[in-house]
Each structure stands twice: as C-alpha cells, then as structure tokens.
Write a protein that binds this ligand. Sequence first.
Ligand code: ADP
Ligand code: MG
Length: 560
Amino acid sequence: MSTIKLLDDNIINKIAAGEVVERPLSVIKELVENSIDANATEITIKLTNSGIKKIIISDNGEGIHQLELPLALKRHATSKINNDFDLFNLTSLGFRGEALASISAVSKVEIISNQDGIKAWSYNNETQEIKESIGNKGTTIIVENLFYNTPVRFKHLSTPKYELSLINNFIKQMSLIYPNIKFKLYNDEKLMFETSGANNIIENISQIYSLSTAKEFKNIKYNDDDIDIDIWLCHPIKTMPNKKHIIISVNHRLIKNTFIENAIINGYEGYLHTNQFPLTFLNIEIDPSLIDVNIHPTKQQVKLNFIDKITNKIEQLIKQEISKLNFIPEFSIDINMQDNNKDQEINNVKFADPQTTFDYSQILTKEKCEWKLPIFKYIGSLYQTYLLFENVEGLYFLDQHACQERINYEKFLNLFDKKEFQYQNLLLPIIVNIEEELDLEIIDILKQLGLEIEIINPTMFQVLQYDQNFNKFKNFSKDIFNIYQLIKENKNIDLPKIFNEIATMMACKSSIKAHHYVNLEDINDLLLQLNECENPFTCPHGRPIMNKISRQEIIKLFKR
Ligand code: ADP
Ligand code: MG
C-alpha cells in the first residue's frame, strides 16, 4: 500500500494546475476517481439537494492510514506518483494531489477511513483532529455546504435538477467504463441509479437506456502490438439527437476527443439521418507512456500518440461491422394478446411457401455475387410508391424512390472516384450564369464531376460536353447552378465529403419518384442493382429502403 507524500517543487512545476471544483459534479468526479484508484468494487453516492447541500461518498477500497488523513487534504500531496517517470507513465486516474485540497478550500470536508478492516478513523478540515470513528473497510468522504465561502461560485450553480442530471449522466457513463464496479446513486434518499457490478455491460446498457436498445449492441474487439480497442456499437436504427451518447475512454479514463468522436461518426456514414448521432462506447488500452493526461485541468482531454492510426482503425472497424448488420426494420403492431399461448399457436399455423417469380439462382451463379437481399416474390405495388414482396418470413415493403436513390448515389460516387466518364456531345453548349464572379477552384471541382467547361465571361461559363449521367437533369443550367452553390457552401470541407454531398443531391434528382408505375422488368433490374450496392438497406439520407412485417405479426392482426 503506497503512502501519501508531498510532491517536490520540481514535479509540482510540471503539473498543469487545475481549478477542479466548479459544481457538485466536479466533486463527485474527483471522489469517484479516488475510490476507483483505491481499487473499490462498490461506490455509493448519497446527495442532499443534488450535492449542493451535502455529498457522502463511500467505497470499499484500500483506505487511508489514520496518520495520513491530514496529508490527504493538503495540496500536492498524493500517494500515486513520486517522480517525472510516474507522471508520464500514469496508471491511476488521479496524480496531482489537488482534488481533496481544492474541495476542502470551498466546503466542509470530513474523511472517515478504515484501512485495516478493524478500526475506522476520522478527520475534518474544521477541528483538524484525528479521532476514532465507526465504519467498514474503505473510505467515506463527506462534503457539506459547497461554496459556502465563495458566493460568486455558489451563484453560478444551475438548478438542482440540472446539477443532478449532470451527476446522473456521469455515473451512468462511468458504469459503462467500469461494469465491474457496483455503483449506487441516491438523491434526497431516493435511489436514482444502481448497477450490479457483475461486469455485464449489456445489463448496464439496458439499465440506462432500455432492454430493446441493449439488444441492438454489438461488441468489436481489436488488438495489435501497440493498442487494444474495445467498441460497443449500437445498430443505427437506434440513434440519438446529439453526440452525448458517444462515450470514449482511454485506459478506462473518461475523455472527450473530437478526432475519435468523428472517426466513430464517419464509421456510421450513410446510415444516419442528418442531425442523428450514434450510440457507441469505446475503450482504448494503450501503453501509458504514449498518452499525456497532464494537459487539461480536469483531465478530460488527453494527448494520444498515433492518433491518426487509431482513428483510421476505429472508423474501419465500425464500417466493417455495420456492413454485416441486418437493416430491414421489422415493425410490430401493438395488439394486447390476452393469452401467452397464442405465440406458440402462431408458430404452428401452416402457410403455403410462396414461390419466387424471380430466378435468383441464375443471377447468383452468373454474376458470381453474393445475394444480400432477402429472397422473396413480388406480389404487387402499393400507391405506385411501395413495391410489395412476400416470403415465408413475412411481407416486405420496398420504397422505390429510396431504392433508386441508393443505386444512383453509389453510381455517382463511383463515377467521381474512378472518373471513367462517357462524354456526350451537346448540339448547343449550355450556358450557366452564376451571377457573381466565378471561383476557379469550384470550376475545377465541376470538371472533376464529368463536365467539360469553358468560361465565357467573369460570371458565366458554358458546358460543351457532359457525362451521360447528366442526361437525366431536367433543368440542367439551374441544376448546375445549384451544384456550384453547394460546392461553395462546402468549400472548406475535404473533397470526398463534397463529392458525397453532390452524389446525394444528384441521386435524388435523377431517381424515379413515388407515384410512378414500374413494370416487372424494371423491378428485376432494380433488385439486381440494389443488391450490388455496398449498402442496399438505407437511402443516402439514412432512411430505410425496406420494411418488413413478419408473418407472426400479420396473424396477430387477425387475432388468431
Ligand atoms: P490525487 O488523487 O491526485 O492523488 P487527491 O487530492 O484526490 O489527489 O487525493 C489525495 C490522496 O488521498 C490520494 O493520493 C490518496 O492517497 C488519498 N485518497 C483520496 N481518496 C481516497 C479513497 N477514497 N481511498 C483511498 N485513498 C484515498
Ligand atoms: Mg484524486
């Protein structure tokens, strides 16, 4: 067991000073980290008025020796590091020896600790006396009247409800990083959140979100010589309206990192609606000498060596996993089933297996490609908008517009990437008027889309030839004007992203609309092309192409 010592000036000067106590959450964060560093497996937090009045946090960790209790409250006193080497090879969450001192400067603090499992001792910052006390093995810290002596900071606190929500979120996030710890959080004697500590992430996810969300999670593990990555990712049918549910930890330290966050979001690219974000938790294990935690006052940011390698790997791992998921949303019709035996009966109902009208086997051998879609039979069209298919598993609805959008989107992306244009001569050049001084960089990007352009004056250009795919543009001059504007808006974004935007826009323009009749031949063609898409399940905006209602659900409708 290590002892608490005052750091010497040389190392103090290397430690980034931190103003750690801003609100009840900051206190909770530091105290929970201390309990984790003491190898606690149970941490109980009891708040009065969201921690503004009182915080009691108890753990079953290693405890503090009674003679060291006064030192624990001193600034730059820590048991976790001794020298420079330790500072750059951190294996603990804390290391500055500042948290308890800072908390003690703005509130009344009492520590009760029982190190040997026999006797407990207490110490507080008012009387400054070490006294015998009662308590189980471990440490309890009581913080009262936060900011009683700093009214300005007190005034900056938000409503108790908001302060509590921050604490609640933090404990939930920690429970995903430490599923082996049993957390309990109470406010005003009411239990707010609790985990079993049974090292079961899925159980904690279902506690925090719901059972149905937990079922949509997949775990990816990766390791090489330098790094271990453990990702829990949720199927993109469950998304969130903000980035708060992307939880990142490095060596089990909760951090914020926009590079990693973006890598995760990029991994989901094409599967999320605009302004929707994934639910993902990720832990990176890396040699502590390759990270620097000492760059941020509340240790929420760390500097990582090889960040590019890490983010590329994460993006690639997520992309790979997502391409394997099943993407046909199945919806259920909520009917109260009185009798549980019904489900069993439903499974026993016999149906004639629908025969397929489409000869899949031939295509599969001919094209030597894998059939990613379900094998089903076309049975009709609904509102001239949705194509209907059946098989033994249920009824499928395919949105014909979304389907063609996906096909065209991938076709355009491929075209922009490979630049194998098939130019078509125009009888008359088409003039595009931009109504402001032309930007030559944008003209250059337009050329890379398969347009042959000649500038005719400072604000206008003409298109002499274009790739045949532009044939479908009904109002070419106006559409090109719009693409020009789109590039202008996205100019500081990288080229692949701009191509992506343009492909999405062009795909929408050139796809069959709803309320349009398609014949059997078109349908066969559509399915073949859809199957060849990298992602045949969502349109470029992230909406589903296909929906399914299972046979069981249909039978339930008729209350069999
Ligand atoms: P740091 O965590 O950076 O070392 P703190 O001010 O948070 O600094 O804590 C000071 C010291 O008090 C720690 O180094 C540790 O030895 C001791 N300590 C604090 N909380 C606990 C706890 N819950 N269990 C055991 N020891 C603790
Ligand atoms: Mg600490």
